[in-house]
Ligand binder design. Sequence first.
Ligand code: CA
Length: 227
Amino acid sequence: MHTGLKVLLVEDQQDIAANIWDYLERRSYNIDHAADGESGLSRALKGDLDVIVLDLGLPRLDGLDLCRRLRAAGHGIPVLMLTARDTLDDKLRGFAEGADDYMVKPFSMRELEARIQAVYRRGRPATDAPLRVGDLTYDPKSMLATRAGQTRALTRVQGILLATLMREAPNVIAHRRLIEAAWSDEGGGGAALQTHMYELRLLLDKPFDYAMLQSVRGLGYRLVAAP
Ligand code: CA
């Protein structure tokens, strides 16, 4: 049993959130609570957590979207998904978006604790492991990108955009998907994406004889290993 785990609980239903909070706090977990998806995501992106307990149906941003954006940002923290919808379809979707385990309401607090312990033990070390495409590597933890021996520090948004492109290289990633991954709330749009991509190209491609980061007119961007 791991004690003192830091758990972020993202649950909009107050009675359920209060029950979970009370139980886990008595069992000496450190609990943070968010009552909607957007505040849950911004708390999750700050890091310094051991496990996220995430309700599927949330106001402002649902659990699957939250999970997808968290993974796109390179966060490998274990996620235990809660749902009232007992369907196989939702379960499979939850795992596809990067959830580690899944519980159907109602459940006992003892079972919840056992699952929290299990996902924490298993961890998700692969998700924020360094990425490589051709002679380019990117480490989401340090936010350092290295191409052919030249290392650059990226901003948070640049890192999210690059990691998203690298995970699916050489596929084209739609503008809309990149915007969703990089900006969890308002403030991102086509113009912002263009600006950040321009900066990324200056950092990664300018000194070299071919551009890895390519714009595909009307569709999105892709990252290629060779010209
Ligand atoms: Ca809910």
